[in-house]
Every structure is written in C-alpha cells, then in structure tokens.
Design a protein around this ligand. Structure first.
Ligand code: GAL
Length: 648
C-alpha cells in the first residue's frame, strides 16, 4: 500500500442531479483525487420524516463513488439539526450569553448538553453505522462538523445549567469544598447548595473567575461527551477510523480531549479567509499576504492537529479559491493551492481534501469557489491540484520525525486568560502563536505538545508561554527534562482553582524566582529591553537568586535562568522575540537559519520543503542548496537533505 499523502474533496451528491454523479466521480479520479467526503449536512434527505429513512440515494451515491475508485468518508449530519427536531425539543436550541435563543435557518444551533438531542445524534449515528459500517467503500467516518464554529460551544440555556450543577457536584462533592475552591467568601457569594449556582452570565459586574473557569471546563467536557456518544454508536458497527474536522483558531473546547477518542484529527484550512477574519496582524501584513495567507497560520494548526491526532491527521477542507465568509475574499495567487497542499504534506498530513467539488448556485455559500464551477466547468485551481497530486508520490514512506523544538499549547489556558485578561490585548492564542512564528522565522520545525504533557522526549528546546497552571504532569516533565526550556510570561500564575499560588508564581522546578507584581501595558507604552526590542502587552517583576541574563532598560530583570531553565518576564515584541529565540535555540544546539521575509521551511523525512509565501524570488544559495537556486514567489522547492539538490 502506498503511504504518500492523498488528495480528496468534499462532495454533496444531494445538491446535484443523480445523472451527473458518475461523471463527477470520474472527473474526481481524473483530477488525481482518491478520497471523497459526503453527508455531513444531509439529514433532511436521510430521514425525511421521523423514523422514515431514505437511504437509496445515499446507497447509490456511495456505490458510484466507490466503484469509480474513490474512498468515501461518510459523515454524521448532526451539525444541522432538523427543523422538526427543533420543534420537538425547543430547549435544544443554544442560548447566547445575553440569554437570546439562537435561531433555526443555518447550522450548529444545538446545545451540547441537551439530552434529547444527544439521543437523536446517537440514534442517527447508530442507524448509519448499521447501514454503512461494513460498506467496503466507506473507509472513514467524520463525526459532526466543526465543533465550535460560529461561536457555538458555550450555551446559557436550561440544559447547560442542569448539566453544570451535576458536573460541579461531582467535582466538589460538597458545597463547602466549592465555596473554598472558588473563594466565595469574597463579596458574600457563598452558596448553600449546588442547586443555587447559576451559569456565569448576566451578573452585574464580572463573575468570579473560578466560576467561569469551571463553566468553561464543563462546556469543554460536554463537547467531549457529545462526541463520545457518536463514537460509541459508530464503533459498534465499524473499525474504520473516526475523525472530526476542527476549525482554525477555535479554542473554546479542549481539542486534545476530543482527539483522544478518535483515530485521526483533521482541520479545515482556509488560509485567505483566516488572514482576513482571524489574524492579529495589521493592515500592511494583510495586504502583503492577502493572496497567500499568513505564512505560519496553516503550519501552526497542522502541528496542533498532528499532536491532537497522536500523529495521524488530515486536512479535511482545503481552500481552493475565494471563500464567501471573510471581510474580503480575494483569489489566491497562482501556485498557492499547490503550496498549501505541499505544506500540509510536509507537516505529515495523510489526506488533503479540498472544499468543495462544485460551487453551489444556491444557499449561503453561492460565492464560495469549488474545484468546478456551478456549470461543471473546471475552475482555476484544478491544474495545481493535479500537479500536486502527481508530485506527492515522491514522499512515499517519508515519516514526520519528532521536531527538535516544541511548544506547549493548552486550551484551558485560553479559557483562563479570556476570563481574566488583565489587559485588553492579552490573548493566549496570540501569545503562543507569536512564539511559534518566532521559531519558524528561524527555520525550525516545531512540535506542539498539550498542557498536560508529562514528557518532552528528546527535544532540545521546549517553550511554555502563558501556561495557566503548572500542576501535575508538566511538573513531572520539567523535572525529568535535561534540555533548554523557556517559560513565561504568566506561566504558573494560578492554581487549578484559579487562585494565586500560596508561595507566589511561577513555581517552576529548578528556577529560583518569584513574581511579585505584574502590569499590563498600553500600546503606547512598551518597555524597552537592554539588548533591543521591547516587552509589550504584559510584564512582570521578579525577585530571587536566578541568574539575570538580560534586563529591561529600567533595570528590572527581563530574562532569568537557573542553568537551562529560563524564564522571560514579559511578552516580547517581534524584535525581542527573534533575538531571544535565536539565543535560546543556539544554546539548545539547534540548526538556526533566519528566513527571508515570507519564506519558511519544514523537515519531512529526508527532505526539506522550502515555501515562498512572498511575491519576490528567494535565492536558495543561502541555504547551501545546489543546482537551481531560484525560488519564485508562491512556489515550493523540495530539497533532498543528503545531496542538497532540488527534487522539485
Ligand atoms: C467550513 C465548513 C464548511 C463550509 C466551509 C466554507 O467552515 O465546514 O461546511 O461552510 O467552511 O468555507
């Protein structure tokens, strides 16, 4: 069996005349695609009346696709609860923080805690499993679609409230324990029973952060439980891998915890949509990369999902042209669809599947491109996809080896700092992402590790920014680790109960330091660092006997260390980040090569993929590459690490 990355596509047979399905399937194969994902929004066609199923069309669609040589990913349709289910269970509708019920008429309108809806999901997953669990063409399953997209994890309705009270009573057992853990003596918030506790919305001023943090943990656990119900229903009927497709920059639930119940992680990669819709970068950057995407955003998620999937991960939806949902929706530069495809492959994706086969002439996404136009003519990206599909065979057998540098990413920390940002710009995703970007600009390949990781392996450098609580496993990992580690800012600054640790933060094994005060900074008032660059957003004051490696201009320690355990006392801007990470990486013995603007590289097996997200050519001679040394904008070069020659 060949093991190089395969290409696929998302297809909606229910949108098109059946007479065209066979042509579509043939054309998919002709384009070099070998996987096709179907079914995730087709509930109204699977079960037109309650308990009356219509499987014939889906049977035929699967047969036609399978007989054409395509492997089918069949999805449960639970992201689109039917109108009649909403009528049957009006309280299954999610409720916003302001107390407004979400409406029917798009998707993802359910509350994860609603037992009636959970039962409906178990029922449809079970029936689909019975019918297709042993189907020879169904080679994988997707459960639901993009948990958390459109801000749909938190619901403030009656089902969530009932579930939260049970969750709390199981966690604390008695109400005194909860009162102590939350510090409810503050403002006389003490409760006499679990039934008195409400959801943390609609309070006059901010609710107790410990209350919010437990609600966030509960809400995440509800996603895990909701997903697990479908895992169990399907698992009874199939051994095929179960997958979920996560969405970019969604931190409202713990993806690692959901991933533990699935065989493969996947995510939906929309580089241009993400740049416009969910990037912290300024206008100049967005303009520079508007047709290429942020050079690090895709890679960061690829690395997260490789970790979430315990090594097995896919791109389930890859942007092929303009999307419809960002503030601006430009076309990619020629070459970018191939580059994005290759980049995913270089991070170890097993499958890269494009969204969608044919542009829909109706519904909400009419303006979203596909691999085919609404009339079935091919669209611009088709040639690039064909090329990439042919080229990827060169990766036969290539393994993603563990990277030498790792970065810890922890979903609970995102909830914690959203609960208590302390300064307007403090955002956990952004903090970790900026460290990631700093490492990539040094030409490093990076692994992402979860916040409860208990072993850093043989990695030479580990970075832990803003980790809410340093309890349990990560302490074990730190104690046994002999490599270079850079921690902070804000790491270890709370206990699990969202209190300041009795002995003051950061409580890092082997580091003799205490944080005595913190401050957040106006954008106009960054703190200059002695060796260049600034702290912005956040800075801390520390005492203790750790060595002072670097100071701020005002004399306060900026970087301290005991041996290889380093702590940075603020949020470095890009200049300070580049300098500090270069120094840390060199001390760790890593092969550092500062990248030209927009240029990135990634190790894959015995190759290195170079990617030019910029528009100007890059001279590869600076990397010691032999032969053809010119890399154009929006182009890739695959280098054989032994010969230093270009394979592509
Ligand atoms: C994804 C979603 C798809 C489609 C796509 C459009 O978030 O999973 O169903 O809406 O975006 O870009």
């Amino acid at each position: 069996m060949s093991t190089f990355p395969k290409l696929g596509v998302c297809y909606y047979p229910e949108h098109w005349p059946e007479a065209k399905w066979a042509d579509d399937a043939r054309d998919m194969r002709e384009m070099g695609l070998s996987w096709v994902r179907i079914g995730e929004f087709a509930w109204s066609r699977m079960e037109p009346e309650e308990g009356k199923f219509s499987w014939d069309w889906l049977d035929r669609a699967i047969d036609i696709l399978g007989q054409a040589g395509l492997d089918v990913i069949l999805c449960t349709p639970t992201a689109t609860p039917l109108r009649r289910l909403v009528d049957k269970y009006p309280d299954m509708i999610a409720v916003t923080k302001d107390g407004a019920p979400r409406g029917f008429g798009s998707r993802r309108h359910y509350c994860f805690s609603h037992q009636g809806y959970r039962d409906e999901c178990a029922r449809i997953a079970d029936i689909m499993g019975q019918r297709y669990g042993q189907n020879p063409y169904v080679k994988a399953w997707q459960i639901d679609n993009e948990y958390g997209c459109h801000e749909t994890i938190l619901s403030y309705g009656p089902s969530a409230l009932a579930g939260f009270r049970i969750w709390l009573s199981q966690k604390y057992e008695n109400i005194d324990g909860l009162n102590r853990a939350w510090g409810n003596v503050f403002w006389s918030m003490e409760y006499g029973s679990f039934d008195q506790i409400n959801l943390p919305n609609q309070t006059v001023t901010e609710p107790n952060p410990a209350h919010v943090m437990d609600f966030r943990r509960f809400a995440s656990d509800e996603v895990v439980a909701f997903n697990k119900i479908q895992v169990d229903a399907l698992r009874a009927h199939t051994d095929a891998p179960l997958i979920h497709n996560y969405m970019g920059r969604i931190t409202e639930f713990d993806h690692f915890a959901v991933g533990d119940d699935l065989e493969i992680a996947s995510w939906d990669s929309y580089p241009l949509g993400f740049l416009e819709d969910r990037s912290d970068q300024g206008e100049d950057f967005k303009h520079q990369f508007m047709r290429q995407g942020d050079p690090d955003f895709q890679a960061f998620h690829h690395d997260i999902y490789r970790s979430v999937g315990h090594g097995r991960w896919w791109v389930m939806e890859q942007q092929p042209g303009p999307v419809n949902w960002a503030p601006y929706n430009p076309k990619p530069l020629p070459g970018m669809v191939r580059l994005w495809t290759w980049e995913a492959a270089a991070h170890g994706a097993e499958v890269i599947s494009y969204f969608r086969w044919r542009q829909a002439p109706f519904g909400q996404e009419q303006m979203h491109s596909g691999l085919r136009l609404p009339n079935r003519d091919v669209s611009d990206c088709a040639a690039e996809i064909k090329t990439a599909g042919r080229e990827l065979a060169v990766l036969e057998g290539a393994q993603t080896n563990p990277a030498s540098a790792a970065l810890v990413f922890d979903y609970p920390s995102a909830w914690a700092w959203e609960t208590q940002p302390q300064g307007r710009e403090f955002d956990y995703f952004r903090l970790v992402y900026e460290f990631y970007v700093g490492l990539r600009r040094l030409g490093l390949s990076v692994d992402i590790l979860p916040g409860n990781c208990d072993n850093f392996g043989d990695r030479k450098l580990v970075i832990i920014p803003g980790l809410f609580s340093l309890s349990g496993n990560i302490q074990t990992a730190l104690k046994s680790y002999g490599g270079q580690v850079l921690i902070g800012p804000r790491s270890g600054s709370k206990t699990d109960d969202f209190q300041i640790p009795a002995d003051l933060p950061p409580g890092i094994p082997g580091l003799n330091a205490k944080v005595t005060s913190v401050e957040t900074l106006r954008p106009t008032a960054p703190i200059a660092l002695g060796r260049g660059g600034h702290f912005h957003i956040w800075r801390e004051h520390v005492t203790g006997s750790a060595d002072i490696i670097e100071r701020c201009d005002d004399g306060a320690p900026a970087l301290i260390a005991n041996g290889k355990v380093n702590y940075v006392t603020g949020w470095p801007d890009s200049e300070a980040m580049a300098r500090i990470l270069k120094d840390q990486s060199e001390k760790a013995g890593l092969d550092v090569a500062p990248m030209p603007d927009g240029h990135r590289r990634r190790l894959i097996g015995s190759y290195t993929l170079h990617m030019n997200y910029g528009t100007n050519p890059v001279d590869l001679a600076r990397f010691g590459i032999q032969g053809d040394q010119n890399l154009d904008g929006a182009d890739i070069a695959l280098i054989d690490n032994k010969t230093k020659k270009r394979v592509l």
